[in-house]
Design a protein around this ligand. Structure first.
Ligand SMILES: Cc1cc2nc3c(=O)[nH]c(=O)nc-3n(C[C@H](O)[C@H](O)[C@H](O)COP(=O)(O)OP(=O)(O)OC[C@H]3O[C@@H](n4cnc5c(N)ncnc54)[C@H](O)[C@@H]3O)c2cc1C
Length: 306
């Protein structure tokens, strides 16, 4: 028999864990389903300097604090990947990849985003051995070597700064002639003499020798000329896509993000969204936790009415 909860929260990142705090403190029974490590993207983040009240904290430490706090009022953590959310008229049925399913009167989708992968021949084969989407997880493998970071947003620059504590040199490759990141982070990057910025270039191909990545070929967006950069590691931070493949397309915008109202409700009664998975302008820990609190509060009101 499917286990029954008042609310099933999908995703144990900052949004889902905050929703768990608010739901369980209001005496709702809650399950939080997570396919990876609780804490979400925080686990892959070196340092957080902009979460109010905490001047600086390692991403993984904030993840642990949030997980302990999120589960401390009785929410149950369920390990698994959600593959579908159905509605039988009375309950939502949350289906998991391993065949289990959970029943709930309401669902909060807090599945965040997934990093976009480098679209070059052989890139998939070298993921985990030359190409990494997590500097915090894999940076140490490239100690005293040269690496390339691709991208000009906050994540790319913050992780480049982290990598400079380990590697010999970081090349940052960006398509434009300026960054999209916060000014304070850009200033730190520009002042760091271990970083060289390669403006107005795009990745063209991997350079592979003896079945190892030894460099990357870049192409100028201005004149199409090629430039070879020797490196042993490549860290692409080239954007992310919403993790919404298990949801009905009618709930999503054209880019796949979950459409929500100001109370975090979707167009399907009893299904709510929170965090990076939603259509929004600013994807940060503070906005994810904000959404999680509002979504749980809306679920409380919804369950009182139904
Ligand atoms: C490198 C990097 C640096 C960053 N630096 C900062 C910073 O300095 N300050 C800041 O405020 N923000 C920063 N961010 C952004 C911040 O991490 C995110 O905005 C925040 O984690 C979003 O929280 P979330 O709960 O919405 O999603 P996530 O943290 O992405 O959590 C979503 C969770 O859902 C799980 N999930 C997904 N699909 C399923 C499924 N089908 N079934 C079960 N589980 C699923 C995932 O495994 C994940 O654990 C950074 C992000 C990155 C990548």
């Amino acid at each position: 028999m499917d286990r029954q909860f008042d609310v099933v929260i999908i995703g144990a990142g900052p949004a889902g864990l905050t929703a768990a705090i608010y739901a369980t403190r209001a005496n709702l029974s809650a399950a939080v389903v997570e396919e990876g490590a609780p804490g979400g993207k925080l686990v892959k983040t070196y340092e957080i300097e902009n979460y109010p009240g905490i001047k600086k904290i390692a991403g993984v430490d904030l993840a642990i604090e949030l997980m302990e706090h999120g589960l401390s009022f009785g929410a149950q953590l369920e390990s698994g990947t959600v593959t579908a959310v159905e509605d039988d008229g009375e309950n939502k049925i949350v289906r998991l990849a391993d065949g289990r399913s959970l029943k709930a009167r309401a669902v909060i989708v807090a599945t965040g985003t997934k990093e976009r992968e480098l679209d070059l021949p052989e890139a998939q084969r070298f993921t985990g051995r030359g190409i990494s989407y997590c500097a915090v997880c894999d940076g140490a493998f490239y100690r005293n070597q040269d690496v390339v970071v691709i991208g000009g947003g906050n994540s790319a620059l913050e992780e480049s700064l982290y990598l400079t504590s380990l590697v010999n040199k970081v090349y940052i490759v960006i398509r434009r002639d300026q960054f999209r990141a916060e000014a304070s982070v850009v200033d730190k990057v520009l002042a760091n003499d271990k970083i060289e910025i390669i403006y107005k270039h795009l990745p063209e191909s991997l350079i592979i020798e003896d079945d190892k990545i030894t460099g990357i070929m870049l192409k100028s967006v201005e004149d199409g000329s090629l430039r070879k950069v020797a490196c042993s590691g490549i860290f692409p931070y080239i954007g992310a896509d919403a993790s919404t493949s298990f949801l009905d397309k009618s709930l999503l915008d054209e880019r796949g993000y979950l459409l929500v109202n100001s109370d975090m409700s979707t167009s399907h009664p009893g299904i709510y969204g929170a965090g990076d998975v939603c259509q929004k302008d600013l994807r940060q820990v503070v906005t994810a936790t904000n959404d999680g609190a509002i979504a749980a509060n809306s679920v409380i009101k919804y369950l009182q009415k139904h």
